[in-house]
Ligand binder design. Structure first.
Ligand code: DGT
Ligand code: CA
Ligand code: CA
Length: 577
């Protein structure tokens, strides 16, 4: 389906027409057409083939002709003409915050600025402030806009976006091209929270067919290089995907090499050299005779170095190599160890599904229990619940528990740690819940001492068992609160509290390093929860598992690997205290 691609061409046409001072009605028509094409439920190429373009609302004869031109030739004549009048690089300039078409055009006409580099130079030299309609303030804004764009282009993509995208590509390559083995490598395989680019390795007897198919995938926006052994493309999200074809006898060595991390690989090579071995993406070789001694499987590579195979999530050179040499690697937690999810929302607060829908989905995922933890009343924007509404939830849950047996739903609450460390309800009221979770949702800008003390106070509340998303950051969004993580982990240890690994791909909080520290330095247990606001996001559990594995955690470190009866006992402690 080429809808998105065609739509983008029309957006480009509209922008170029604007820069060229074209008729405003035409500009509007191009933009409108782009929007319509983007939202079409059918492939535009099929509609064109059937001669039905004019049936699409908002598309007239002249636009229909342009669509046909583009589908046939890859070009729109009108756009090519405009490009002769106006340098297309102005489109880049126009996108910078604080610029826009009018200013881009004025700078081009008055100072001949055609590229982002030229714009930067002119702004830094103070050449823009004296132009009519610009001034010092505008010049400063342009410099800030340039910096923002630079930060944005180096920003990494969330694992929650990159992993499904990579899996989609792998599925298609498997189904429609002659690949034999295929493996996603790089930071995705290591389950890093953000991803720079996607690395996929395959073996095949017909590499050229694999590459031909790969570059025609609908995910592809632009081909960077296409070769027999390596092809790189950009997706529509501007994410680079590198596809490499390697020889079957080197597959293990290659996936080991391209899984990284770079630091981990460097350490392996150092150890290899001491043993008289050379390691590269083709295999493990004896330095003296150049004889290949391993490489077909990843295990063979690690074994040749006297080590056990190391799970990809641990390959960060944080001590895993030493453990592998001593055959003492931990048995990491797996998704199938999870027996319940302890943090989710329903239509009672700001979720999209009912309690029953969430429960049925959890049953499908193989869980034995869940905790429904809708927001409490202080969080007005999330439709937080009063005790009366929690009572309604309790009634509904009791009915469902009869119906869904042996599956069990617990009534929880996600309390708000208010700016003074108190929560939404009195201790007397908190007795009502099976289990209480608490986290910060407001006043996140408090200074370090205050916000740390605030969380410590919540930790001392005997009814609160789990601290959710303890550091508060949103990946690619906002930074963590200024919280002293060590101080709250220490307090958590004193009061026997559980800290959450929030599996939502925007959060992944605690992160790998803090989760590792929670276990190793403070002997704490953690919970891995999804914080799901819909049945679909219950499936985000695997991202939290990725964090836990990167933190070297095992099944025993995680509260919600407990079977139902043991979890019931954990919950019952509420009454004793
Ligand atoms: P990313 O893409 O920034 O999220 O991180 P990675 O780890 O996927 O890095 P990437 O895509 O640059 O390279 C993939 C793997 O290939 C990397 O983890 C290790 C290996 N690799 C790449 N370049 C080098 C290198 O210059 N030296 C070594 N030893 N390994 C490399
Ligand atoms: Ca990568
Ligand atoms: Ca790469």
């Amino acid at each position: 389906m080429r809808n998105k691609e065609v739509a983008e061409k029309f957006y480009e046409l509209a922008k170029m027409a604007e820069l060229a001072n074209d008729n405003p009605f035409k500009i509007k028509a191009y933009t409108e057409a782009a929007r319509r094409i983007e939202n079409l439920p059918y492939p535009i190429e099929e509609i064109a083939r059937e001669g039905k373009l004019l049936e699409i609302k908002g598309i007239g004869k002249s636009i229909a002709e342009k669509i046909e031109q583009y589908l046939k030739t890859g070009k729109i004549e009108k756009l090519e003409e405009l490009k002769k009048k106006i340098p297309p690089s102005l489109l880049e300039i126009e996108k910078i915050p604080g610029m826009g078409a009018k200013k881009a055009k004025a700078l081009y006409e008055k100072l001949g600025i055609k590229t982002v580099e030229e714009l930067k130079e002119a702004a830094e030299k103070g050449m823009i402030r004296n132009l009519p309609g610009f001034g010092e303030k505008t010049e400063k804004k342009i410099l800030e806009g340039l910096k923002f764009m630079r930060d944005k282009t180096v920003s990494r993509v969330l694992l929650g976006i990159a992993l499904p995208l990579a899996e989609g590509i792998v599925e298609k390559l498997k189904a429609h091209s002659p690949v034999d083995k295929i493996q996603i490598c790089g930071s995705i395989r290591r389950m890093r929270e953000t991803i720079g680019d996607i690395d996929i390795l395959v073996t095949s007897k017909h590499p050229e067919k694999v590459m031909d198919y790969f570059v025609k995938l609908p995910e592809v926006k632009e081909i960077i290089v296409k070769g027999e052994t390596k092809t790189s493309i950009f997706t529509h999200e501007n994410l680079q995907v590198d596809l490499r074809v390697v020889a079957p006898e080197s597959f293990g060595a290659a996936i080991q090499y391209f899984t990284g991390s770079k630091q981990h690989n460097i350490r392996l090579r150092e150890i290899g050299i001491k043993m008289g071995l050379k390691i590269n993406e083709y295999g493990v070789f004896r330095l003296d005779t150049n004889k290949k001694i391993a490489g077909e499987t990843e295990e063979s590579v690690y074994n040749a170095l006297g080590m056990d195979w190391i799970p990809p999530e641990m390959r960060e050179d944080r001590g895993e190599i030493e453990l592998a040499l001593k055959h003492k690697l931990p048995e990491l937690i797996e998704l199938s160890d999870i027996k319940g999810d302890l943090h989710m929302h329903t239509v009672y607060s700001d979720g999209q599904n009912t309690i029953e829908e969430m429960a049925n989905e959890a049953i499908k995922l193989g869980y034995e229990y869940i905790v429904i933890s809708d927001h409490a009343k202080a969080l007005g924007i999330a439709n937080g619940l009063s005790i009366e509404r929690y009572k309604q939830e309790r009634e509904e849950i009791e009915k469902l528990n009869k119906k869904l047996k042996p599956f069990k739903i617990f009534l929880g609450a996600e309390l708000n740690i208010l700016s003074n460390g108190e929560v939404d309800f009195s201790e007397e009221e908190l007795k009502f819940f099976d289990i209480c979770l608490a986290g910060i949702h407001t006043a996140m800008n408090q200074e370090k001492e205050k916000i740390t003390e605030r969380i410590k106070k919540a930790i001392r509340n005997k009814y609160i068992r789990i601290i959710v998303h303890p550091s508060g950051g949103i990946l690619n969004g906002r930074p963590n609160y200024e919280v002293d993580i060590d101080a709250i982990l220490e307090e958590g240890k004193k009061y026997g509290k559980i800290f959450e690994i929030n599996s939502s791909p925007e959060r992944l909080d605690l992160n790998d390093l803090n989760a590792k520290k929670a276990k190793e330095q403070y002997g704490l247990k953690l919970a891995i929860n999804t914080d799901a606001h819909s049945v679909l996001s219950l499936r985000n559990m695997r991202y939290g598992i990725g964090v836990a594995r990167r933190a070297w955690l095992t099944k025993d470190d995680i509260l919600n690997t407990l079977p139902k009866e043991a979890f019931e006992k954990f919950v019952a402690r509420n009454d004793e205290r």
